[in-house]
Design a protein around this ligand. Structure first.
Ligand code: WTA
Length: 653
C-alpha cells in the first residue's frame, strides 16, 4: 500500500468511527438508575418541577418558597430554603445507616492506605469546624485551601461548609504568586495547607511555598498545617498551627449552620481572557441539587459502587464530583494522591483492580497518555469490576474514545462524555447511560431540565457555531467574586441577557447530539487545565528582558494543546537559548508548572494587523511548523512582513 492510500484508509476509518453509535449494553440498561426515556419530556415540560423534585434528595432545614427567581442574568434557586452542605454530605449518612460505610478510600502515592467511614468523616469534620471557629473563622469569612490530594482536603472543605465559611481551594500545582493573588482577591482570613505532598516521588513543599505568598497577604490571620510527611518547615508562632494538635483539643460536635440556599458555598478561580483569574461564585441549594442529581443519573450510582474520579480537587471536577456530589449521595469514593505513571504506568489499573472500582471518571488527556503507553498496562490487570466510564475536560477524539471503550471498558461499559465548566458547576451535556446511545466524540445532549443550543453570531440556531445555554440551571455560577460587571459582560451579553455564552464552539447533528469543538476565546486547554493566554503573556512580560509576548496553543497529541510563546526582547538583551529557558521557568514561578511554555520563539516584531491586533492564527501556524520550516527566520523582519501580507490577503478574501 502506498503511503497515500494508507493515509486515506486511516481517514476513512476515522470517519467511520465518528459515525458509529453504541447502544447501552442490555444488562446495564435493564438495571440502570434511569431506565425510562420519558424523563426528558417530563423535565422539559416543567423544568422547575423537575428541579424541585431533584432538590428533594437533599435534607433541608426549611423548604423553599419559590423554585426559581429569574431576573436575567441573575438567578436565585430554591428561594427561602435553608440547608447545610456538610450536613448533607456527612451527618445524614451517619444517622441513616451508613455510619460504618467507607466514605473515602484513600491511596497515597507511596502505597499507604486509609479508609474513612462516614463516622470518621463526621468526627473529623466536626472537630476541624470547631477548630476553625476557635481561631475566629465565622460565617461568610473566606478560607483559602492549598493542599495535596489527602483526605484532609475534603475534610477542610466540609468543615468550612459546616460553619458557613466560604472556601477557596487553590490547586496545589499553582505557584506561590498565583496563591497570593487568589488569597488577596478572596480576602481570605485563614489558609489551610500541608507540610507537603508527593508527586512522582518528589516532595512538593506546599507550606514552604505558601510562606512566600503569606509575606504579602495581610488578611491571613491563621494558618493550619496538616502533617503529611514530616517535611521540614518553619512555624510562625501565633499564626501557624498543626492540624493534629488543634483536633486533639477540639470539641467533638459542632452544630451545622443553617445556610440560605443562596448563601455562597465556595469560590473557585478559573482562567478567562484577561490576565486576572475569575473567582467563580457557587451558592448552596442549587449547586448541591445540580451536582447530586447529575452524579446519580449520569454515573448510574448505586449503593455498592466504588466510584473514582481521577481529577485533582483543586479543579471544579474535584469540587463537584469528588467531594460534594459523591458525599451527598453517601457513596464510597476512591481518592488517589499521585501520578498515573508512578511507580509504573499501570498504577491506575492496579488501583482499579485492588479496590474493585466500578465507576471510573477521567480526562481525555489521561486516556491519550494511556493509549500511547500501550495496551500491556491495562491488560495486565483484572478490570472486570468496572461498569461505567466517564470523561471530562476536553473534546475526546474518536480514537481515544474507542480505545477507552475497548481497552478499559472491554466493550461492556457505557462511556459518558460529560461537557461542563467551572461556571456551570454541574454537567450540562452528556448521555444517560441506560437509555441513550453513545456517539464517539459527541458529548450527547442536555441533561433533563437543561436547555442548550448551537447559535451563530446573530443568535440564530445553526448546525455549527457557539454553544449556548438557554435556560438557567440550578448549579450555575451566580457571579464573579468582586466583579459583578464582569459576570454580566462575560457570559450574558453575546446575544441577550438570558442566554449564557459558553465560549465553546459546537456543532449539532440531526439526532440532536452536540459535538464540542474547543474554546473560541483566548483560553487554552492544556491537559484538561484551563489557562488564559493573557495570564501567560503577563507572566512573560513581567520578565525584565521581555518587551512584548504573545502566546498561542498548538495541537498536541497527548495534552490536547501545548503552549507556544513568541517574545520580543528589550534593547540590550540577546535572544539566547538560556534566556528562552529562563523565561519558561519564569512562567512556572508566576503561575505554576502547568503553564510552562513548550517553546519560546524570539521575534524581531510580533506580527500585527493594521488595527494593531496580534495575528494569532499566523503565530499558531508558525508554531505548528505550517508556514516556516526554520523558525529562526522569524527574527528576519522581511519574512514576517511577507507572511503578514499573505495572511491579511487570506483574511480579507
Ligand atoms: C472544555 C472542566 C469537550 C470546554 C469541567 C469547557 C470539554 C472547558 C468537555 C471548561 C467535554 C470540558 N468535551 N470539551 N466533555 N468538558 N470541556 O472550567 O472547552 O476547567 O469550556 O471545567 O473545558 O473547563 P473547566
Amino acid at each position: 500500500m502506498s503511503d497515500d492510500s494508507a493515509g486515506r484508509e486511516q481517514d476513512l476509518s476515522r470517519l467511520l468511527v465518528e459515525e458509529r453509535v453504541f447502544q447501552p449494553p442490555p444488562d446495564f440498561a435493564a438495571g440502570a438508575v434511569v431506565a425510562d426515556p420519558s424523563v426528558y419530556e417530563r423535565a422539559q415540560a416543567d423544568p422547575e418541577a423537575f428541579w424541585a423534585e431533584m432538590a428533594e434528595q437533599l435534607d433541608w432545614y426549611e423548604k423553599w418558597e419559590e423554585v426559581l427567581r429569574w431576573d436575567p442574568p441573575h438567578a436565585e434557586w430554591f428561594v427561602g430554603g435553608k440547608l447545610n452542605a456538610c450536613y448533607n454530605c456527612v451527618d445524614r449518612h451517619v444517622h441513616n445507616g451508613r455510619r460504618n460505610q467507607a466514605a473515602i478510600i484513600w491511596e497515597g502515592e507511596a502505597g499507604e492506605r486509609r479508609t474513612l467511614t462516614y463516622w470518621d468523616l463526621y468526627r473529623e469534620t466536626n472537630k476541624l469546624a470547631n477548630a476553625l471557629k476557635s481561631l475566629g473563622v465565622a460565617k461568610g469569612d473566606r478560607v483559602a485551601i492549598y493542599m495535596p490530594m489527602i483526605p484532609e482536603l475534603p475534610i477542610a472543605m466540609l468543615a468550612c461548609a459546616r460553619i458557613g465559611a466560604i472556601h477557596s481551594v487553590i490547586f496545589g500545582g499553582f505557584s506561590s504568586e498565583a496563591l497570593r493573588d487568589r488569597i488577596l482577591d478572596a480576602g481570605a482570613k485563614m489558609l489551610i495547607t500541608a507540610d507537603g505532598g508527593y508527586r512522582r516521588g518528589q516532595i512538593i513543599p506546599l507550606k514552604h511555598d505558601a510562606d512566600y505568598a503569606l509575606r504579602e497577604t495581610p488578611s491571613i490571620e491563621h494558618v493550619i498545617i496538616v502533617e503529611r510527611g514530616r517535611f521540614p518547615l518553619r512555624i510562625v508562632s501565633g499564626r501557624d498551627h498543626w492540624y493534629h494538635r488543634l483536633l486533639q483539643e477540639a470539641e467533638s460536635y459542632c452544630e451545622p449552620e443553617p445556610m440560605d440556599a443562596e448563601d455562597i458555598l465556595y469560590t473557585l478561580y478559573t482562567s478567562g481572557t484577561t490576565g486576572q483569574p475569575k473567582g467563580i461564585v457557587h451558592t448552596t441549594g442549587g449547586y448541591m441539587t445540580g451536582v447530586l442529581a447529575t452524579l446519580r443519573w449520569i454515573f448510574d450510582l448505586k449503593d455498592d459502587d466504588v466510584y473514582w474520579c481521577t481529577a485533582d480537587i483543586g479543579w471544579v471536577t474535584g469540587h463537584s464530583y469528588i467531594v460534594y456530589a459523591p458525599l451527598a449521595a453517601g457513596a464510597t469514593m476512591l481518592m488517589y494522591e499521585g501520578a498515573p505513571d508512578w511507580p509504573e504506568r499501570d498504577r491506575f489499573w492496579q488501583i482499579v483492580e485492588e479496590h474493585g472500582v466500578t465507576i471510573f471518571y477521567t480526562a481525555p488527556t489521561a486516556i491519550r497518555a494511556f493509549m500511547k503507553w500501550g495496551n500491556q498496562y491495562p491488560q495486565a490487570h483484572d478490570l472486570s469490576s468496572l461498569r461505567l466510564l466517564g470523561t471530562v475536560g476536553e473534546p475526546i477524539n474518536p480514537e481515544a474514545w474507542m480505545w477507552y471503550y475497548e481497552h478499559i471498558g472491554r466493550e461492556r461499559c457505557p462511556v459518558v462524555d460529560t461537557w461542563w465548566q467551572t461556571e456551570t458547576g454541574m454537567i450540562l451535556l452528556t448521555t444517560l447511560p441506560g437509555i441513550d446511545y453513545m456517539r464517539p466524540s459527541y458529548a450527547g445532549h442536555p441533561f433533563p431540565g437543561v436547555s442548550a443550543e448551537v447559535l451563530n453570531e446573530a443568535g440564530e440556531p445553526a448546525a455549527s457555531g457557539y454553544l449556548a445555554i438557554t435556560r438557567p440551571w440550578p448549579a450555575m455560577l451566580r457571579t464573579i467574586y468582586n466583579d459583578p460587571e464582569r459576570y454580566v459582560e462575560q457570559y450574558w451579553t453575546k446575544w441577550d441577557k438570558a442566554t449564557y455564552f459558553t465560549s465553546d464552539g459546537a456543532k449539532r447533528e440531526e439526532d440532536g447530539y452536540f459535538g464540542l469543538l474547543g474554546r473560541v476565546d483566548d483560553v487554552l486547554n492544556v491537559s484538561g487545565h484551563r489557562i488564559g493566554t493573557m495570564e501567560v503573556e503577563s507572566a512573560l512580560v513581567d520578565h525584565e528582558a521581555v518587551a512584548e509576548a504573545a502566546v498561542v496553543g498548538v495541537a498536541d497529541e497527548v495534552k490536547g494543546q501545548a503552549i507556544a510563546a513568541f517574545v520580543t526582547v528589550k534593547e540590550g538583551n540577546e535572544p539566547t537559548p538560556e534566556l528562552s529557558e529562563q523565561l519558561r521557568s519564569h512562567v512556572v514561578d508566576k503561575i505554576g508548572a502547568i503553564a510552562r511554555p513548550q517553546s519560546v520563539m524570539f521575534a524581531g516584531d510580533l506580527p500585527k494587523t493594521r488595527s494593531g491586533k496580534i495575528m494569532r492564527r499566523l503565530l499558531r501556524d508558525i508554531a505548528q511548523g505550517q508556514v516556516l520550516g526554520d523558525v529562526t527566520t522569524l527574527a528576519d523582519a522581511s519574512v514576517v512582513e511577507e507572511l503578514k501580507r499573505r495572511y491579511e490577503e487570506q483574511e480579507d478574501g
